[in-house]
Design a protein around this ligand. Sequence first.
Ligand code: SME
Length: 154
Amino acid sequence: MNTYINAQIRALLEETDMIAALANVSACINENYDRLNWAGFYLVRSNELVLGPFQGKTACTHIPFDKGVCGACYSSASVQRIDDVLAFPGHIACDSASRSELCVPIIVNGIVTGEIDLDSPEKERFTQDEEDEMVQAAADIAEAWLKHAWPMPQ
Ligand code: SME
């Protein structure tokens, strides 16, 4: 996958400050994908996930590694594309309007450092093409992580 959104994201990742870069990447995803009610990042801290830059309503600030879609993404280090979050055991409803979710791990040198998390009020909102785009975006973010020497989880 090497689409227009991926090219835009790669340009935004020239920014060296992690918060500034990820804030713009979350805005870029939100602008390119319609029917989202949340687009942003959770970042890995010592023993939990912590809210990062995002677009959307206020959200859960701390998520345990073993809770929710984001916890499953962290623990399995794999993409979680959930067509119906109401059927996902332990789903954390930051916004009760959410119906489907796409969560993609950012893996730097084999370590999960964060996640891209997208929510939609529509069931089965996310396509395989979008999953592929976000997997590419996560790979580009991982490359930027090393290039800009962003902090690894402690
Ligand atoms: N729904 C997520 C929590 C984060 S919010 O969607 C922004 C989960 O179940 O982990």
